[in-house]
Design a protein around this ligand. Structure first.
Ligand SMILES: CC(C)(COP(=O)(O)OP(=O)(O)OC[C@H]1O[C@@H](n2cnc3c(N)ncnc32)[C@H](O)[C@@H]1OP(=O)(O)O)[C@@H](O)C(=O)NCCC(=O)NCCS
Length: 212
C-alpha cells in the first residue's frame, strides 16, 4: 500500500468481500427490505447483554415498526450496513451498524451498532463503522453520536481512542460525539485502536465487488 494511501477517500462498491485479519471472509453491503427475517433471527440469537447494550434495555423481539425502520435505507438520512459470513450463508448475519440523521442538527446522526456475540472482537465492528462513516460523509454528515450504557467501558474507551468526546450523560447512558471520518489520514493514530481503525480505511481502498 502506498505511503499516501491514507490520504484518499475509498469508494465502496454496492456489495463487497472483506477479509478479516483472522482470514474469515465476510460480505459487506447496505441492509435491504428483504433482510427483515435475518434481523429478527439475529436479534433472537443475541445474548441479553448485547441486546441491552445495543437496544438500551429492550429484550422483546423487534417490532414490525423497528424492522421496517431498520431495513429502510435511503442512502442519505438513514443508512445501515450489514456483514454476512460468506462461509456460512445460512446464518442470519454477523452484525449491523446504522445511522439516523438528527432532525434538529442536519450535519449529525445517531449511530447504533451490534455484532453477534460469537463474532465480537474480530474486527467486524471496525469495518462496519468505517462503511457507515463513508456513507455518512458522502451524505454531508460531520458528527456521529453514540448513546452507550455507562457500564459498556470497552466501547467508550474505543470511541475515545478513535477521537470521540463526551457530549452528555443521562441516567446510565453516556453520549459520545465522534467526527465522521472519510479517510485514514484524519483518524487519530497515536494509539492502537486509532491505528487499527485507520488501517481499515486503507484496506477499503482496494476491495473487490461481490454479488450481493
Ligand atoms: C461494541 C461492538 C459493536 C464491537 O464490535 P466488535 O466486532 O467486537 O469490535 P472489533 O472486533 O472491531 O473491535 C473489538 C476488539 O477487537 C480488536 N480488533 C479489531 N480488529 C482486530 C484485528 N484485525 N486483529 C486483532 N484484534 C482486532 C480491537 O482492538 C478490540 O480489542 P479490545 O476490545 O481488546 O480493545 C460489539 O462488541 C457489540 O455488538 N456489543 C454489543 C452491542 C454494543 O455494545 N453496541 C454499542 C453501543 S451502540
Amino acid at each position: 500500500m502506498g505511503v499516501f494511501s491514507g490520504f484518499f477517500t475509498p469508494t465502496l462498491p454496492p456489495a463487497f468481500e472483506y477479509p478479516l485479519d483472522d482470514g474469515l471472509r465476510v460480505m459487506l453491503r447496505p441492509i435491504r427490505h428483504e433482510d427483515a427475517p435475518r434481523l429478527q433471527e439475529g436479534f433472537r440469537r443475541l445474548s441479553q447483554l448485547a441486546r441491552r447494550r445495543r437496544f438500551l434495555d429492550q429484550v422483546d423481539p423487534l417490532s414490525e415498526e423497528q424492522l421496517k425502520a431498520f431495513t429502510s435505507n435511503d442512502d442519505v438520512n438513514h443508512v445501515a450496513w450489514g456483514a454476512l459470513n460468506l462461509e456460512k450463508p445460512e446464518e442470519p448475519g454477523i452484525g449491523v451498524a446504522r445511522y439516523v440523521r438528527l432532525a434538529d442538527d442536519p450535519k449529525a446522526a445517531d449511530v447504533a451498532i451490534v455484532i453477534a456475540d460469537e463474532y465480537q472482537g474480530r474486527g467486524t465492528g471496525f469495518v462496519l463503522q468505517a462503511c457507515l462513516h463513508l456513507s455518512a460523509h458522502r451524505a454531508g454528515l460531520r458528527s456521529f453520536y453514540y448513546d452507550v450504557l455507562s457500564d459498556n467501558e470497552r466501547i467508550i474507551r474505543h470511541l475515545k481512542l478513535m477521537g470521540a468526546e463526551h457530549a452528555g450523560r443521562a441516567d446510565n447512558i453516556d453520549r459520545l460525539r465522534l467526527p465522521v471520518y472519510s479517510r485514514a489520514w484524519d483518524v487519530p493514530d497515536g494509539n492502537e485502536i486509532g491505528r487499527r481503525f485507520a488501517e481499515v480505511f486503507r484496506k477499503l481502498r482496494s476491495v473487490s465487488p461481490a454479488a450481493g
